[in-house]
Design a protein around this ligand. Structure first.
Ligand code: PMV
Length: 366
């Protein structure tokens, strides 16, 4: 059994003065949702997600050893510049500062360097697509590259597990953006190796039906969310249905184990859509209660249900903590579903915008 202290490194054996690394990390879309957490970003229930391919953050980390003589009075603080799309972005700094504080015990070199963090997303800013998952994962990968230089003995397994562990401390769901395809995060009795500490690649057979599974993200509302995920997670404390919900997530994940193996798309759809609606039901039954769906979210859901029942094409939806709709479908029906999206769903998207994505391979060193 892993514990967090396993990720506190032993003294480093190597040194490095300066350099830079660059990683891309994808977004991910949960099928069984993480909603509710304990202290230190420990999830209240296990979750599973598809790693995406096109929606990603690309982050370059420049680093240079700080001159101890000039930095004596500042060695107690982190030193970093943050650039977003090449330009300084002060409003992102507090989030990074908080992340550095949280991970410092696991990355004891952080105050030894000045960092330049240069980051960009492949998806439009303010698209309502959370960049925290891909952003925190990309940053964690870079820090692990640096740590690997300080400890060249590090195994690949440790590298990726710790990257996911660190990403989790930045934003829970970010830990599912390190590895590819199908990623499980959170201890689940029937999934070997699953842990609350980091995401693991789903360790069992996955039917060909799920190869290249498509996710077209319909941008329904690109505005700022009225209620942040942080507040939403928090409202699961003392939530009247919390306990039942957490148990249900375990059951749904159990069901997905056999569904991934046998490729039964009808059963897949039932679990996935139920999870999406349950997530939003938890929001609507919190105190205070809130609604993140918009009228067009429901228009899309109803249109998908109608299309599915008329055509028998196995297309379904899921939602994250917002109004956008992820339309999920197997690759072999892509053409028909894309036509349906263009004909009937684009009208419900803000400025007609949608993003075509699919299952992908996880974080990549550039
Ligand atoms: O990682 P957070 O704290 O932004 O929470 C994400 C929660 C959901 O996107 C709604 C569900 C999930 O499992 O990704």
């Amino acid at each position: 059994m892993f514990t967090a202290t396993d990720f506190i490194p032993t003294p480093y054996t190597s040194t490095i003065e300066k350099g830079n690394f660059e990683w891309s990390a994808p977004s991910n879309i949960a099928l069984v949702k993480y909603w509710g957490k304990k202290d230190n970003q420990i999830p209240a229930n296990p979750s599973v997600s598809f790693t995406l391919n096109n929606c990603k953050t690309i982050t370059k980390l420049g680093f240079e050893k700080r001159d101890i003589s000039t930095s004596l009075n500042v060695t107690n603080s982190f030193s970093f510049d943050l650039l977003f799309e090449g330009k300084p972005k002060e409003d992102f700094k507090p989030k990074i500062q908080k992340f550095l504080e949280r991970v410092e015990v696991y990355l004891p070199f952080l105050k030894d360097y000045h960092f330049t963090i240069d980051t960009q997303n492949t998806f439009p800013h303010s698209s309502g697509i959370a960049s925290s998952a891909s952003g925190m994962a990309a940053l964690a990968m870079n820090f692990m590259s640096l740590e690997r230089n300080l400890n060249p003995e590090m195994t690949d397994e440790y590298f990726f597990q710790k990257a996911s562990f660190l990403a989790r401390l930045g934003s829970g769901s970010a830990c599912r953006s390190v590895k590819g395809n199908v990623v499980v995060w959170g201890n689940q009795a029937n999934i070997e190796g699953s842990t609350d500490l980091f995401g693991i690649e789903f360790p069992y057979a996955i039917h060909d039906n799920f190869k290249n599974y498509q996710d077209t993200i319909l941008l329904v509302d690109k505005g700022e969310k009225q209620v942040s995920s942080t507040v939403g997670h928090d409202l699961m404390h003392n939530h009247p249905y919390a306990e039942r919900r957490f148990a249900q997530a375990h059951e749904n994940l159990d069901q997905l184990i056999s569904i991934f193996e046998n490729g039964n798309l009808d059963e897949f759809i039932k679990v996935v859509e139920s999870e999406a609606l349950t997530l939003h039901a938890m929001m609507m039954t919190s105190m205070p209660y809130f609604i993140l769906m918009k009228p067009n979210t429901l228009q899309i859901i109803n249109a998908i249900w109608k299309f599915r029942s008329e055509t028998q094409i196995p297309v379904c939806f899921t939602l994250d903590a917002g109004a956008n709709v992820h339309v999920l479908y197997p690759e072999n029906v892509s053409e028909k579903v894309l036509q349906f999206i263009k004909d009937e769903l684009v009208v419900f998207c803000q400025n007609g915008q949608y993003i075509c994505d699919k299952i992908g391979a996880g974080s990549i060193a550039l």
